[in-house]
Design a protein. Structure first.
Length: 401
């Protein structure tokens, strides 16, 4: 086997770029369209709607933000706008504490605003300028957009965004967007929309919603097979089919399986895996998956949702099953028993969305337009794991379909 170096193209883990971003053409096009107001010289200001990117963990939302950061800067250069574009990508956790304003302005505007406020204070002791500690997102964002410049803020893990900071950011966007080139993209787990709605219902309703779920079958193959072939690792048709079936079109698993297949070939110094080498790779990948499921079940147990998760998992007997919201709520209500108030049922559903167990399906079929959106499993094989490891609550068996 000839490999130029020991670098594996597959890097499973939070925020790691895949070797090939397959199957995300729809999402990429949606983000391009959302940014069109920034990239046209003749476009009126304030034409870039905020975007909420939501989906279960492990589906590549961070990778999509990384791609968009690069694509937006490249498109800006090609457009020859004659102004500056500042793209800031950060985790929501950085927008808390003393240095939050600095995080919003890596080019130093937060520091300059503080310095300017302090200079005014020294020169005019009786004046009442904004003290450095009281700088707001509005102050920083307005400074970033000075003189017709553009500013794009991409916030990852936005479901953890501090409420006060979120309210201030959304209010600043609403005030500045009509007259400035400014874009705001938030990415988070499926409960992000609920979180944003609690902070600013108007902002949430005006935002474009981009749902990022599992890859289409062709996209899953594109994300796994060509990168292996580029690394001089070739699977037989049967091996390819089996590996893709185990991944279930889930981007994180594609990276896990790709890594183990590459490692097995690399250790053996071969371009084609024998049956034993392939089985070794499949076993190692399945071990990683089992640990992943153990962590998910522990998370559900910590939230007190084991019984609820078991009742919900019983509704999903097949990988492509989609369940009505009514049936889902009924199962949750039954599992909660005498604690099944409307508030507790909705809270449980929100937590299940956050954990990625279930979420509203990104695609609405024609026969569902009148009946409402269906809910699908975040990872179908996780449902099967829960059914095997968590007893189904008594009285729930009749809910299966």
């Amino acid at each position: 086997m000839s490999l130029e170096d020991d670098f594996c193209p597959f890097q499973p883990g939070p925020g790691q770029r895949p070797p090939l971003m397959g199957g995300r053409e729809r999402e990429q096009e949606s983000l391009r369209l959302a940014a069109s107001g920034l990239l046209r010289k003749d476009a009126p200001r304030g034409t870039s709607a905020p975007v909420l990117v939501t989906g279960p963990r492990g589906n590549g939302k961070t990778c999509l933000l990384l791609w968009f950061e690069d694509a937006l800067q490249e498109a800006w250069r090609k457009a020859g706008m004659g102004k500056d574009l500042q793209v800031v990508r950060l985790s929501a956790r950085r927008l808390s504490g003393l240095h939050a304003m600095d995080a919003l302005s890596p080019n130093g505007w937060g520091h300059l605003l503080r310095k300017g406020a302090e200079s005014i204070r020294k020169a005019h002791p009786r004046a009442n300028p904004i003290p450095p500690s009281d700088l707001t997102p509005h102050d920083v964002l307005r400074a970033q957009c000075r003189g017709g410049n553009a500013y794009a803020l991409l916030i990852d893990e936005a479901h953890t965004l501090d409420v006060d900071m979120g309210c201030a950011l959304f209010n600043a966007w609403q005030e500045l967007a009509p007259n400035h080139r400014i874009m705001l993209v938030l990415a988070g787990t499926p409960d992000l929309v609920d979180h944003v709605n609690d902070m600013n219902a108007t902002f949430a309703s005006r935002s474009k919603k981009l749902l990022v779920g599992r890859l289409p079958p062709a996209g899953a193959r594109e994300a796994l097979v060509p990168p292996l072939e580029d690394a001089n690792v070739r699977l037989s048709e049967g091996q390819e089919r089996e590996a893709l079936a185990e991944c279930q079109e889930y981007p994180f698993f594609i990276q896990v399986w790709g890594e183990q297949l590459w490692l097995s070939a690399h250790r053996a110094g071969t371009t084609a895996l024998s049956e034993d080498q392939f089985r070794e790779a499949m076993h190692e990948a399945a071990t990683v998956r089992t640990s992943y499921y153990d962590e998910r079940r522990a998370e559900l147990k910590k939230l007190g949702l084991s019984a609820v998760a078991s009742a919900v998992a019983a509704l999903y007997g097949k990988p492509d099953d989609r369940v009505s919201e009514h049936k889902l709520e009924y199962a949750v209500r039954g599992a909660l028993g005498d604690k099944a108030t409307d508030g507790n049922v909705q809270q449980a559903l929100t937590q299940l969305k956050h954990c990625g167990l279930v979420w509203p399906s990104p695609q609405v079929r024609s026969d569902e337009e009148q009946r409402g959106r269906r809910w699908e499993a975040g990872i179908p094989s996780l449902m099967a794991n829960i059914r095997r490891n968590i007893p189904e609550p008594a009285g729930q068996q009749g809910l299966r379909h």
